[in-house]
Design a protein around this ligand. Sequence first.
Ligand SMILES: *Cc1c(COP(=O)(O)O)cnc(C)c1O
Length: 439
Amino acid sequence: MDTDFLCNQVYSDLFQLNHTSLTIHNLMNKPAKTGYYGEWGGAFIPEVLYETFRELNAAFRTAKADPAFWREYVALMSTYSCRPTPLTHADNLSRHFGGARIFIKREDLNHTGAHKANNVMGQGLLVKRMGKKRVIAETGAGQHGVATATMAAKFGFECTIYMGEEDVARQRPNVFWMEKLGATVVSVTSGSKTLKDAINEAFRDWVTRMEDTHYVMGTVCGPHPFPEMVAWFQSIIGIEAKKQITEQFGGQPSRVYACVGGGSNAMGIFQGFLDDPKVELVGVEAGGQGLDSGKHASRLAARDASAGVAQGYKTMFLQNSDGQMMDTHSVAAGLDYVGVSPILTDLWQKGRVRFGAATDAEVMAALDLTIKKEGIIPALESSHAFVQAFKEAGDMGSNDAIIINMSGRGDKDIFTIAHAFDDPSWKEFIRKKGIEYGA
Ligand SMILES: *Cc1c(COP(=O)(O)O)cnc(C)c1O
């Protein structure tokens, strides 16, 4: 597989980005506003972490300016994961909707089944450069925990994953694999015993073990430089997609769709097209049981969120008037988050990225259709992007192409999907398993 274009073209494209759409990269010239995208982002960290962040920023700057680092990254991703991932023309779905030609960017074919590999493997290489020996991470549903534990096994790092007690109970298969991969999973019993408590606990750990430990942030959120760093590693998706759509379709897509939890897969693919204003970028959030139900995780499409500072950065959060984080809901665990990338909030505010939301019910229908028509099983998270694309594909013509970023595969969601479809033989299977274990 030819990956030369990734080493060369990617690198120059990224430098182009530095001067245009993203204001990230010239931030070093403006110390007062380091790590801001418009008014969003920043690095709100406790003083004890200043030195660690100074060191992290320096290591990241050096790595980013070094073409050899990116080459090492591309070599790793094309041998240990499946880069470049294919762009699949979904001709059955295209015919079904009778409008735009639908293409699917196949991040599901990455190692561990999602785009998360792009980020964790990149941070792993950075940890090696910094000479650290231990990584920690927080995880909600467990996907980021599994990806981080995988990276740690590959690089020989010690690994501790923080996870809320509730999530440990709900996500046993992922906890099982993290432990098998050699990670220590710490069940967090404080607060609501979910993701945000796990984040607090992971920061507490980092403060006590800064010399040898790196915190592997899972998405384009958190204090600077994490949004920029994760966006950079994920940009490989967009660089590939731009080349692939040019080869297969002979031009640029009219629209690009991606689901948005924290925003890393969306930022990944969007970066390939940010500079071309003719390409409309569409982020799709979790509409849960509907935007009026109060049970959703839509920060930007629903207009329920407000500006705030939490977890080390400034963005739009779902919070009450006292600034307490609200409980979010989504059938897709990976989209069930109160905050959103400061980079996306800025691009939304500037009108560059449009936001929509897909409900749990719509997600199940789109998932079902995609499986039947294309023989492809998208993750519940990714299916949100499919919903929005399906709503709009029929309004476009065959001269239009659209790309749906399929962030991950749906195999992991078998329990949720089988439950939602109320599959009787699946229930019987689970019941028998229960009896086997003495339930
Ligand atoms: C974690 C996850 C997401 C959400 O994360 P982003 O940072 O918004 O990309 C989306 N899809 C899949 C398959 C995931 O595992």
